[in-house]
Design a protein around this ligand. Structure first.
Ligand SMILES: [Zn+2]
Ligand SMILES: [Zn+2]
Length: 273
């Protein structure tokens, strides 16, 4: 299993195109996609599915059934709205086959443009994907309260006094922590103003060799050669590349990616291998 440290966040999981992708962010109690479900992922409370290609959601029946069997309340599973009905149909069929009864589970269909609060202080912004089937990307922000500008010159006791009198002294700000793009042909940079500032950007890079340019276009994936101009607009401290084609060995991926990127770009890029 891959394990990467990106500032305060730990990414753990696997990602190989057409095989399986699942990327856990331990500190946020979430996993992006669930192409398979390792047993130590059963306890994760929030699952964000990018699209309904098998390598991205096939772990759901295991996740749901193992929680159900262990008496753990259902986790929050977020999926693209398009296809969500078919998914619940499939899950109901599998659970009936498996148990003769239905598993308890919680599916939340999401649409581009929505902002979904979860845990106590996090929000998931739903951004578009650009893939061969309906897909979404996720931008996770931490919501913090900040003293309003007009009260910043006041002393502590004055602020307490204002609060007592019923004045709202704070405003909410969002801190972009991590974005996950799923399978995509482009980065939805204009979809949300905070995307380019997110601390960690998890971005697919399925194809890396020149002879696979047309395959990348046809299957709606990113190619290594497309990344430098796109990443130039991204301010993220950490860029994590995922979903490499299984035709490439890890050695080849490391060599090609690091040789292709400029040194200043290379220093913030990590490979999820
Ligand atoms: Zn995929
Ligand atoms: Zn896909």
């Amino acid at each position: 299993m891959a394990l990467l440290h990106c500032g305060n966040l730990t990414l753990e999981g696997k990602s190989s195109s057409a095989v399986a992708t699942y990327v856990r962010v331990k500190e946020l109690d979430l996993v992006f996609d669930l192409g398979r479900c390792p047993m130590n992922f059963i306890g994760i409370g929030n699952v964000f599915i990018s699209h309904f290609h098998l390598d991205h959601y096939f772990g759901l029946p295991i996740y749901i059934s193992q929680r159900w069997l262990s008496g753990i309340p259902p986790g929050n599973i977020y999926v693209p709205w398009k296809g969500s009905k078919q998914l619940t149909h499939i899950l109901d069929k599998i659970s009936a086959l498996d148990t003769g009864r239905g598993w308890a589970y919680q599916i939340t269909p999401v649409r581009v443009g929505e902002a979904i609060p979860f845990r106590q202080n996090l929000v998931a912004h739903i951004l578009p994907g650009n893939h061969s089937v309906p897909a979404v990307s996720y931008l996770i922000c931490e919501v913090r309260k900040k003293l309003k500008q007009e009260f910043q010159h006041l002393s502590g006791p004055d602020i307490v006094e204002l609060k007592r009198s019923g004045v709202e002294v704070t405003t909410e700000v969002q801190l972009p922590l991590v974005a996950y793009l799923g399978d995509t042909r482009s980065i939805p940079i204009d979809a949300h103003p905070l995307l380019k500032q997110c601390k960690v950007l998890i971005c697919e890079c399925t194809f890396i060799l020149p002879e696979h340019r047309s395959r990348a276009k046809k299957t709606m994936h990113l190619h290594l050669e497309m990344l430098p101009p796109m990443l130039a607009d991204i301010e993220s401290e950490h860029i994590v590349l995922t979903h490499f084609s299984r035709r490439y060995t890890p050695e080849l991926i490391r060599q090609k990616v690091y040789n292709y990127l400029q040194p200043e770009e290379r220093s913030r890029v990590q490979l999820f291998l």
